[in-house]
Design a protein around this ligand. Structure first.
Ligand code: ADP
Length: 316
């Protein structure tokens, strides 16, 4: 089976216990939960039985050990996760507003996550990789952009493929080197996985079909647009496939996009049809939102197959 590799931040997430609770006053917190978009992605792929490894860095602390143990238990290759003695594992503190929005206090860049590099273990992992996945959130400094570039080039030189989930906030576009980095990543991308409005950060056209056409004309093989509770749409040169989302009670949306992307890419690498890949990916995304904590809703292959066989879908 094809091996997936991703590089980027490992974090723990600690959240306010109550909706509407702010960090302007002391209050009850829940966590730590293992987190970081690349870690969520790799954990979900491993739970689906896909060989999957992560290039990352943690501190020599319990937050780092929590993450490494979760990834190891779920079957991920942790050989290229470096433990730094002089830095703490990255953190994200989250509050939930009554309108469903979230606010984050991050410590990523100046944590162990900012010390990610391509060392001997990462080179060994990349030498066995068939596919490299890039997360926009992970391109937060010139050093980590360089890690992504080496990952992409190594895997492409082996005849492998690349997927890209931009997961990008508009303000990140003005970081030094970001636009060039995004342009480079997109030029190497085989599977592009934007959330609805993100497509228009990358395309000139103002409607979905024309924007997708631009992407396919640039050499991207598949464009998969994530649409939250509504599910997702897949486009390739042969046409459009829409797949409705599953009806679930949303408890915590963090991580849904990463679980969706991991499932879609794993099934794409297995040569499954877009219909099947979208259905399993929508199942993983839906199950992800049913639990508090970014990795707590990650489903095994058996669980998601049983879920999609019986769960009710909404309107695509
Ligand atoms: P992102 O987190 O990248 O913005 P989305 O919010 O679109 O991505 O979620 C990714 C996928 O997870 C969706 O395409 C869908 O399959 C699933 N999903 C997300 N939220 C829900 C929800 N409330 N109900 C059912 N499925 C959901």
């Amino acid at each position: 089976m094809k091996k997936l590799v991703c590089a980027g931040e490992i974090l723990v997430e600690i959240m306010a216990e109550r909706i509407g609770q702010s960090f302007l006053a002391p209050g009850p917190l829940v966590g730590p939960f293992p987190s970081g978009a690349p870690a969520i992605f790799i954990d979900q792929a491993a739970r689906l039985g896909q060989p999957a490894g992560l290039i990352a860095a943690v501190g020599d602390d319990d937050f780092g050990r929590l993450n490494i143990e979760r990834l190891r238990a779920d079957g991920a290759d942790i050989s290229a996760i470096k433990v730094h003695r002089g830095a703490a594992t990255g953190t994200a503190f989250v509050t939930y507003e009554t309108d469903g929005s979230r606010h984050f206090v991050y410590n990523i860049k100046h944590s162990a996550a900012g010390l990610i590099e391509i060392g001997a273990e990462a080179r060994t992992l990349l030498a066995s990789a068939d596919h490299f996945h890039v997360m926009g959130t992970s391109l937060f400094s010139p050093e980590v952009i360089e890690v992504a570039r080496i990952g992409i080039e190594t895997v492409k030189a082996r005849g492998g493929t690349v997927s890209f989930d931009p997961n990008i906030r508009k303000e990140m576009l003005d970081l030094p080197g970001m636009r060039d980095a995004l342009h480079f990543v997109l030029s190497k991308t085989d599977v592009f996985l934007p959330s609805g409005p993100e497509l228009f950060i990358f395309a000139k056209a103002a409607d979905e079909e024309s924007a997708v056409r631009e992407m396919l004309d640039h050499g991207i093989s598949a464009v998969v647009i994530k649409k939250g509770a509504q599910g997702a749409v897949h486009y390739d040169k042969t046409g459009r496939t829409a797949s409705p989302g599953f009806v679930v009670d949303e408890i915590d949306p963090t991580g849904a996009g990463d679980c969706f992307a991991a499932a879609f890419v794993s099934f794409w690498l297995r040569g499954e049809t877009p219909e099947k890949a979208l259905r399993i990916a929508n199942g993983c995304g839906a199950l992800a939102v049913t639990k508090k904590g970014p990795m707590e809703g990650i489903a095994s292959l058996a669980t998601v197959e049983a879920f999609v066989a019986t769960a009710r879908t909404g309107t695509p």
